[in-house]
Design a protein around this ligand. Sequence first.
Ligand code: 4AD
Ligand code: MG
Length: 458
Amino acid sequence: MKHTDIIDIFRNKEAVGKEFTVCGWVRKSRDSKNVAFLEINDGTSLNHLQIVIDKSIIHDSTDYLPICTSVCVTGICVQALNNPSGIEMNANKIELLGTCPPDYPIQKKPHSLEYLRTIPHLRVRTNTFNAMFRLRSKLSEAIHRYFLDRNFTYVHTPIITGSDCEGAGEIFQVTTVGFHPEYKSAQEYYAADFFGQKAGLTVSGQLEGEMMAMGLGKIYTFGPTFRAENSNTPRHAAEFWQVEPEVAFADLNDIIGIATEMIKFIIGSVLDSCKEEFALFEKFYEPGLVAKLRAAIESDFARVDYGEAIKILKESGREFQYPVDWGCDLQTEHERYLTDIVFKRPVFVVNYPKKLKSFYMKQNPDGLTVAATDLLVPGVGEIIGCSERENDYHKLLQAITDRKMNIKDYVRYLELRKYGSVPHSGFGLGLERMLMYLTGIGNIRDVTMFARTKGDLR
Ligand code: 4AD
Ligand code: MG
């Protein structure tokens, strides 16, 4: 259908006096004796285009009034002083594309995010989700731009894999055969399966990313990752997107520098490209949001040693639900105390106990900790998991053996340490967590189209 995007009409400084055809869904409508008004939205802009219907020209105006009716309108653009876009359209012709009966589940009253979760197929038609998905797109674009402008190569790592990068056993199994009592052992069962071995959905593209970085130098992957997380929390999903750069010739300090620069770049980029969207999130979800984000760009991200962080938490006088001691994993309540109360800005917690972290992390000379860091941000907690990788063949082999992992699955990964091993580092940024930080929306179920969480596959 030949028509103009509504955003292009708003941006066109010479639109007034000209005729255009637009398509969209009615978001609001108003009727009076001689005129009727429709506000239509086509998804290219948060602002609606107001259509003025002169009933002496268009006689069947009541057909167009129900919310979510879809229409194609031809008319002349005129100046509108009482409208944020400064422009509206006097309709000459309206074509009804689709009617919408009164049982349409999104009516005028504001709906809660919880209610909208029950209609994931329709919620994109609300301002909040329309803004969210446009922001998600612009954020992805900014991430690509950051890396591609800096000589990184964008690589695609496999979704189906035989290894467990994080070693946490949170793998979704991929199988084409159901278990049958005829199989005498698990081994026999897996041998009969599609790949002739146990296979699963990747939890991270890192291990393959490291292989690519050993030839391409600087790479990043950006794609879906999967975790059979048993935890039912507002920040864990079973399917989420991760951005994972991997950089050769880089130690922990170098990669912290890259992570900091990237986070600041992508915040700045979306603040520029999504001004209306941020105004909405600021108004309805987090007062002070834009100032918080601008301050983050200006600030030096804090850095605290894990041991020091534990000391701060112990001396806080707070009664945490999970008690803290050296060696314990930081829970959301601890992360939030550090970001929201102590540092009040993004903070890298560095040098975690070896026991808490994955096998691939570079072991520090103290024998107890690894060169790993998490970036925690106010309101959310961890958004990045990052480390220098163990590049010593024997130490890596030892770490794999100590964890009783199957060496067979890591032979190729180990070979990277045999043939021209170099210091290298990388991180994973959770895209949904980043969106929570950017919007002030507190639940991961509301930053993605169809949230996959335990017990929920709507
Ligand atoms: O800290 P994680 O587990 O690190 C890795 O997977 C590394 N292999 C990354 C790397 O070094 N290449 O996960 C990285 C990030 C977390 O900081 C978090 O933002 C996000 O991925 N994340 C989740 N997001 C939503 N739901 C979950 N269940 C998540 N688990 C991790
Ligand atoms: Mg982590």
